[in-house]
Design a protein around this ligand. Structure first.
Ligand SMILES: [Zn+2]
Length: 265
């Protein structure tokens, strides 16, 4: 346990159990009180809880400016629990216990979304090797297997390499598919670009330029086509009016089930 600025940081072993949180905070109460500055101190417990067969990372922060005991998921999949007062320490285990269904559901959604290496809705196998005298990364994809050969000692993560490859692959595939669908359904986009917008799957500008997110390639082909057709229909209706949705429906009669798939992610 150590004091870092206005935070008290506690690091625990992986095997730490939820039921022991209360005891731990209780045992350390005096120590915490002594070092707690009284306005914005925080205790951080950094560990994993086991719910069914899943080990879920969580952190507990002690923040007296908070009003309630609350929890939320951080975008990296860590469960963050905010404790407004040391007095509420005995509520933490119960709080986690009574929300375990919610926690697991959220966590599973998170890991599904992050199912790290996918292409067209299917998981792909990553085969990464290191070569002593190699000076660059060599990537080759075939039959659901991505082979990566990296220079020995490279510290680029496998996810970053996969992501760069996905972007490269998406530039060819998404542009070609957009041209194909445009011809088939009589659309005339001006320019088609592939980018990594974090929050949008696609966009269509007033000038008729269509932009698609390369992460779309992680989804099944039906979902990819939906996004492309959605953006192509914006060439005729630059809004989400009834006429716009009628246009989408005339091409994809079952588009609503695909929209639902996106919403359920
Ligand atoms: Zn739209």
């Amino acid at each position: 346990m150590e004091k870092k600025g206005n935070k008290l940081e506690i690091k625990l072993p992986l095997t730490f159990q939820v039921a022991n949180i209360e005891k731990l905070l209780n045992d350390q109460k005096e120590w915490i009180k002594k070092r707690w500055l009284g306005n914005q101190a925080a205790v951080i417990i950094d560990d994993k809880i086991k719910i069914k067969d899943y080990l879920i990372p969580f952190k507990i922060r002690l923040n007296i400016r908070a009003k309630y005991l609350r929890m939320k998921f951080h975008s990296d999949g860590t469960l963050l629990i905010t404790l407004p007062s040391v007095k509420l320490q005995n509520k933490v285990a119960e709080f986690i216990g009574s929300h375990s269904g919610w926690i697991l559901e959220k966590y599973l959604k998170f890991i599904q979304r992050k199912t790290f290496f996918t292409l067209f809705g299917k998981e792909i196998v990553i085969d990464r090797q290191y070569e002593l005298f190699s000076s660059s990364h060599k990537i080759n994809y075939a039959n659901g297997r991505l082979r990566i050969i990296s220079p020995q000692g490279s510290d680029i993560s496998t996810y970053d390499i996969y992501s760069a490859w996905l972007k490269h692959f998406a530039k060819k595939h998404l542009v070609a598919r957009t041209i194909e669908l445009s011809k088939k359904f009589g659309f005339h986009p001006n320019r088609i670009t592939v980018r990594g917008q974090s929050s949008r799957w696609g966009s269509c500008s007033r000038k008729g330029n269509i932009s698609l997110n390369y992460n779309l390639l992680k989804f099944d082909k039906e979902m990819i086509d939906y996004v492309i057709i959605h953006e192509l229909c914006h060439l005729k209706h630059l809004n989400h009016s009834i006429e716009f949705w009628k246009e989408v429906e005339s091409i994809l009669p079952l588009y609503k089930t695909i929209v639902r798939k996106f919403k359920e992610m």
